[in-house]
Ligand binder design. Structure first.
Ligand SMILES: CC(=O)N[C@H]1[C@@H](OP(=O)(O)OP(=O)(O)OC[C@H]2O[C@@H](n3ccc(=O)[nH]c3=O)[C@H](O)[C@@H]2O)O[C@H](CO)[C@@H](O)[C@@H]1O
Ligand SMILES: C=C(OP(=O)(O)O)C(=O)O
Length: 435
């Protein structure tokens, strides 16, 4: 288990470029299975989860030519689908959430797929019902192996159908969409997720020849085609990294420019940080966060205490709730943080309280943060990262705290943030990686 040793209290300065989006990459890289032709993908983040997804493809026979550090040409012209039934695949795919999205393209092109229990963050129950029921409606049969926790899917041919999702699952929508693009006839997916990740996937599929209407909305209409061709695709900047850096700048009283932030794709993210009182200047596609002695949490218009909660896109992403919570601890004012989607994402809060933050953990989903400005600065402690975003929230807290902190289990952070220690060191942060 590796750790970061962080000496807090340093003001950071300079420019930082967000990596390509992790959750987009996991969808896009799965979609290369839909064609035998080459697909060139650029701005691929060099992070553990994405590298694992690429290895999974390689191990089932997809050719991967890394033409530069962030660009690969994939060609799925000789795929061994049976590899997915192997112990090897089960082990490796169990390490990340994104592996589940190999199933949709495999069903579409090869008529069978295996879905082992996917990994990813242990942030609550993460069921696959939306995915499997969607496949079933398209004409797939499934068998669930209880002992191995393994879904086996097969079809004699997928057929277009109207699907109303029980919830707008992000990976579920991507999976069903990728299955539907080559199904016979018309499919509609209503209550679809519509994050920029999915919009990007739709655009890529359309460049490959898919017929999709309603991109960016919660109703996707897909007219099945017989086959898809190769294409090129570039990943957007990672909006979760952008949000993390906005919070980091304010909390450490730093002056940072986030270069090429993809501002038009950030939805309400800047607005939520502005509600915490954080100033930002949009300069072209860069976000400049000036030094701020203090930032003050706004109230609602009627003067009641602000609530920040997660919601499917275009609402506020759950992946930034932990970061907003930590950043609020050094603000002036109070905010109720409500993590609606996941029941185990706020458990790191006891560590932030141990650092000296004034927080009332109301229940597994809600925490009230009482920001007293820097009256009681946080103090460094030893903590362990339970998931990607809590890990980065802890790192931000440690960088703002007085004294030294140790963050253990940083493998969680490495799943989603590319060389975060080196990139923050370049801004002046004191972080040492201990392997
Ligand atoms: C690889 C990947 O892309 N992972 C993301 C993806 O995970 P993932 O696709 O696994 O998440 P889902 O969208 O399926 O749902 C996440 C959780 O939220 C619950 N839920 C969902 C929708 C809803 O309206 N109400 C509700 O309560 C679900 O029951 C589930 O427990 O989307 C999540 C939700 O944005 C993000 O946190 C993950 O980073
Ligand atoms: C929850 C996340 O990731 P995953 O779904 O891959 O576990 C995340 O990116 O915050």
């Amino acid at each position: 288990m590796s750790s970061f040793q962080v000496t807090g209290g340093k003001k950071l300065t300079g420019e930082i470029v967000p990596q390509g989006a992790k959750n987009e990459a996991l969808q896009i890289i799965s979609a290369v299975l839909l064609t035998a032709e080459p697909v060139t993908i650029s701005n691929i983040p060099d992070i553990v989860d994405v590298n694992l997804q690429i290895e999974l493809l390689q191990e089932m026979g997809v050719k991967v030519n890394r033409v530069s550090r962030d660009t690969c040409i994939f060609q799925a012209d000789n795929v061994n689908v049976d590899h997915l039934g192997s112990e090897d695949f089960r082990q490796k795919s169990g390490k990340l959430r994104g592996s589940v999205m190999l199933a949709g393209p495999l069903l579409a092109r090869f008529k069978k797929a295996y879905v082992p229990k996917p990994g990813g963050d242990k942030i609550g129950r993460r069921r696959l019902d939306t995915h499997i029921i969607g496949f079933q409606k398209l004409g797939a049969n499934f068998h669930f192996d209880d002992a191995q926790h393994f879904f086996q899917l097969s079809t004699t041919g997928l057929k277009g159908v109207d699907i109303l999702l029980d919830e707008p699952s992000v990976t579920g929508t991507a999976n069903i969409l990728m299955a539907a693009v080559m199904a016979e006839g018309k499919t509609s997916i209503y209550n679809a997720a519509c994050e920029p990740y999915l919009q990007q996937l739709c655009r890529m599929l359309m460049r490959m020849g898919a017929k999709i209407a309603g991109v960016g909305s919660n109703l996707l209409i897909i007219e099945g085609v017989e086959s898809l061709k190769g294409t090129e695709h570039r990943m957007l900047p990672d909006m979760i990294e952008v949000g993390s850096f906005i919070g980091l700048a304010a909390m450490t009283q730093s002056e940072i420019t986030i270069k090429n932030a993809g501002i038009e794709h950030l939805g309400v993210i800047p607005e939520k940080f502005a509600q915490l009182g954080i100033k930002m200047e949009f300069r072209g596609d860069d976000i400049f966060i000036p030094y701020q002695e203090k930032y003050e949490i706004q109230t609602f218009l009627d003067g009641t205490v602000l609530t920040i909660y997660d919601h499917p896109w275009p609402g506020f992403t759950p992946d930034l709730i932990s970061i907003v919570l930590v950043v609020a601890t050094q603000a002036v004012g109070s905010v109720l943080i409500h993590q609606k989607m996941f029941e185990s994402r706020l458990f790191f809060v006891d560590k932030v309280m141990e650092m000296g933050a004034q927080i009332i953990l109301c229940d597994p989903h809600r925490a009230t943060v009482i920001g007293l400005g820097r009256k009681h600065p946080l103090r460094g402690i030893t903590m362990s990262s339970p998931d990607i975003r809590a890990g980065v929230a802890m790192l931000i807290a440690a960088l703002s705290a007085e004294g030294k902190s140790t963050i253990q289990n940083i493998e969680q952070i490495d799943r989603g943030y590319q060389n975060i220690d080196k990139r923050l060191q370049a801004l002046g942060a004191e972080i040492v990686r201990v392997n």
